[in-house]
Design a protein around this ligand. Structure first.
Ligand SMILES: Nc1ncnc2c1ncn2[C@@H]1O[C@H](COP(=O)(O)OP(=O)(O)OP(=O)(O)O)[C@@H](O)[C@H]1O
Ligand SMILES: [Mg+2]
Length: 360
């Protein structure tokens, strides 16, 4: 999308979009102006409900979304000091995600669109993770920005790495909403690998933050875990690494010594970070990218963030931690750029639980 397109839209005043996200275990609603300025961003996490199952329990997630969706949308509007009829569109995650979770957000969005007459915009969850890079906090929230990261607008062409609980995708973008998928994981997603290895090490759920905390006390060079470089492709693989950690854990258990959890966590994390950063920066160089974007829950990882900033030869944008994991501001941001193109989905649209990124 050209600058002239956004200038044309802005001549009618700012566009305020209510975003709704219920693809997994977070019930979230947010109001964002012109795809960039967050007026409100409410997230009701279900993490405590699922912790005892060691993962997301779909039926429990769906029931909790039903309880939370209405109040969270109300609070998001209140925090933005806006009424429904002051908005310009309603946006919602259409997929991918858990079917029973997606439909709760979609039905709420449809109800709001029907009663207000506003356009309804269905959004791909991974596209939204990418668009978290366009979000800028209001001044009172600027302290949430990590040091050295300016909230400036990303510049095309850019390489986007999406690393989340269910996905790992490497994408080249020449313009807004235009994606050339370079590669992705052949097996486990990066976040899934963190979660599975955390379980192996008997760390708490969710695994990513638990591994990060354990790794902070460990030696990343103690165990030489494999790095799957998959040369000549832009793909990733994390299942061999997970198996290597499992084998090491079993070997150590046979020796009946106490498990060196911190060293195992640090060595695992180092292997993931090295490959993610190495391949992404190699892609940035190969495709002459102006910028790298990193998004999704795993981009909250401190070692990953530090390594990107230390090794990159071009600007790297990683969202503030609160915008790395699931939120609705990113849904409203992506929706703004689709709104500019006139997207208005019919009230009859369905959830797409397995919506592949390459079909965007
Ligand atoms: N500090 C961290 N270090 C590593 N991984 C992390 C960290 N914080 C969160 N994660 C991981 O991020 C994932 C959750 O991210 P996100 O909310 O984007 O995933 P999701 O929405 O469940 O999946 P998807 O976006 O693929 O549908 C989990 O796997 C979690 O372990
Ligand atoms: Mg997500």
């Amino acid at each position: 999308m050209t600058d002239s397109a956004s200038t044309a839209a802005s001549s009618f005043g700012p566009a305020r979009i209510l975003g709704i996200e219920t693809s997994c275990d977070e019930t979230a609603a947010a109001v964002v102006e012109d795809g960039r300025v967050i007026l409100s961003n409410e997230v009701a996490s279900q993490v405590d409900l699922h912790a005892r199952f060691g993962g997301v329990f779909p039926e429990v997630a769906s029931r909790q979304h039903i309880r939370t969706i209405f109040p969270i949308c109300e609070i998001a509007l209140q925090q933005a000091h806006l009424e429904l009829d002051e908005l310009d569109a309603i946006a919602v995650t259409r997929g991918p995600g858990l079917p029973g979770s997606l439909v709760i957000g979609i039905n709420m969005a449809k109800g709001l669109a029907l009663s207000s007459g506003l356009p309804l915009i269905g959004i791909h969850h991974l596209e939204a993770h990418i668009y978290s890079a366009w979000l800028q906090w209001r001044p009172h929230n600027l302290s949430a920005e990590p040091a050295g990261v300016t909230p400036s607008e990303p510049r095309f062409p850019l390489i986007a790495l999406i690393v989340s609980g269910g996905h790992t995708e490497l994408v080249l973008m020449h313009d807004h909403l235009t994606y050339q998928r370079l590669g992705g994981t052949l097996d486990d997603a990066a976040g899934e690998a963190f979660d599975k290895v955390a379980r192996l090490l008997r760390l708490s759920y969710p695994g990513g933050p638990a591994i990060q905390a354990a790794a902070a006390r460990g030696d990343p060079r103690r165990f030489a875990f494999p790095r799957a470089w998959l040369e000549d492709t832009w793909n990733f693989s994390f299942s061999g690494l997970k198996t290597a950690v499992l084998r090491e854990v079993r070997r150590l258990q046979e020796t009946r010594t106490e498990l060196p959890v911190a060293d195992l966590a640090a060595s695992f994390q180092a292997a993931v970070v090295e490959v993610l950063v190495g391949k992404t920066l190699q892609a940035a160089q190969t495709f002459n990218a102006n910028q790298v974007l990193v998004a999704g829950g795993v981009s909250a990882n401190q070692a990953l963030r530090e390594t990107f900033h230390a090794q990159a030869g071009c600007p790297v944008h990683i969202p503030p931690i609160a915008l790395c994991t699931d939120n609705a501001a990113m849904i409203a941001s992506a929706a703004y750029f689709r709104f500019l193109r006139g997207q208005n989905d019919p009230l009859t649209f369905d959830a797409l639980p397995n919506w592949p990124f390459h079909e965007l």
